[in-house]
Design a protein around this ligand. Structure first.
Ligand SMILES: NC(=O)c1ccc[n+]([C@@H]2O[C@H](COP(=O)([O-])OP(=O)(O)OC[C@H]3O[C@@H](n4cnc5c(N)ncnc54)[C@H](OP(=O)(O)O)[C@@H]3O)[C@@H](O)[C@H]2O)c1
Length: 230
């Protein structure tokens, strides 16, 4: 039997790496993506031990060349699931945020997922199946202070996810919006806040994998993942 393929953007570390590992454990071939070549190579080695296939696409998600490369590999491998995961965090007041950081946040967190989805969507609509998972943040649902630019990008992603779902449902394509709380990843560590009580990204990835599983009559459109309260 031929394995299904999942593409996870930003899978060189953090949640993306955990998603790639969980899907590979469940017999999916993996398309890894990111900019850190050494990390990607090491993750690919781990994935190949699970007897599935794995291909790396290296490149800045802001560049059209990277989007085109991701599309070509996704097409060649008859992709079943696209996970728009690559993301950047920006904190601070608008007054102290420069144009470069504003553009980076909006391009990585919002414009790149829209462009990549637009490229890959016809592959799914042609076969009347496929899943697009957009990794969002609880900061989009409950906006915190001093996250103006990050929240602008993630609120945009929320609107894209919810609106696309209307047209996608008619084509047999599932659109899943995932709203995640604090995780033990580099992104959270860089905020300088206490990371010790954050979620393990492998636990989060397992929940997302379960939400993608096929079911005869019911499916998950949206999920919020927060830490257990002990
Ligand atoms: N960590 C949290 O607490 C938290 C909470 C809520 C939501 N989230 C969301 O979860 C997702 C994953 O975050 P994470 O915590 O796993 O972050 P992370 O550890 O910082 O990993 C981010 C990933 O995105 C990739 N990436 C970033 N900018 C890129 C660019 N310009 N081009 C290509 N790849 C790029 C990175 O690849 P390279 O380093 O190789 O470039 C890396 O693989 C993000 O969408 C984030 O907004 C995270």
């Amino acid at each position: 039997m031929v394995n299904e393929t999942v593409l996870v953007t930003g899978s060189s570390k953090g949640l993306g790496e955990s998603l790639a590992l969980i899907f590979s454990k469940n017999n999916y071939d993996i398309i890894l993506h990111g900019r850190d070549e050494e990390n990607l190579r090491q993750i690919k080695e781990k994935i190949l031990t699970k007897n599935v296939d794995c291909e790396i696409v290296k490149g800045d998600i802001k560049s059209y060349k990277t989007i085109e490369k991701l599309f070509q590999v996704a097409k060649k491998r008859n992709i079943s699931i696209l996970v728009n995961n690559a993301g950047v965090d920006y904190s601070g007041s608008l007054e102290n945020t420069n144009f470069r950081d504003i553009e980076d946040a909006l391009e990585v967190n919002l414009i790149a997922p829209i462009k990549l989805t637009k490229k890959i969507y016809p592959l799914f609509s042609r076969k009347k199946s496929g899943i697009i998972v957009n990794i969002n943040s609880v900061a989009s649902l409950n906006v915190p202070e001093l996250k103006t630019i990050y929240c602008s990008s993630k609120k945009g992603l929320e609107g894209f996810t919810d609106s696309l779902r209307f047209e996608a449902k008619k084509e047999g394509i599932r659109i899943i919006g995932v709203y995640v709380g604090g995780m033990k990843t580099d992104m959270y560590a860089k905020t300088g806040r206490d990371i010790s009580r954050c979620m393990n990204p492998l636990d989060v990835a397992q929940i997302i994998y379960d939400a993608c599983k096929k079911n005869q009559s019911a499916s998950m459109d949206e999920l919020t993942i927060n830490k257990n309260i002990k």
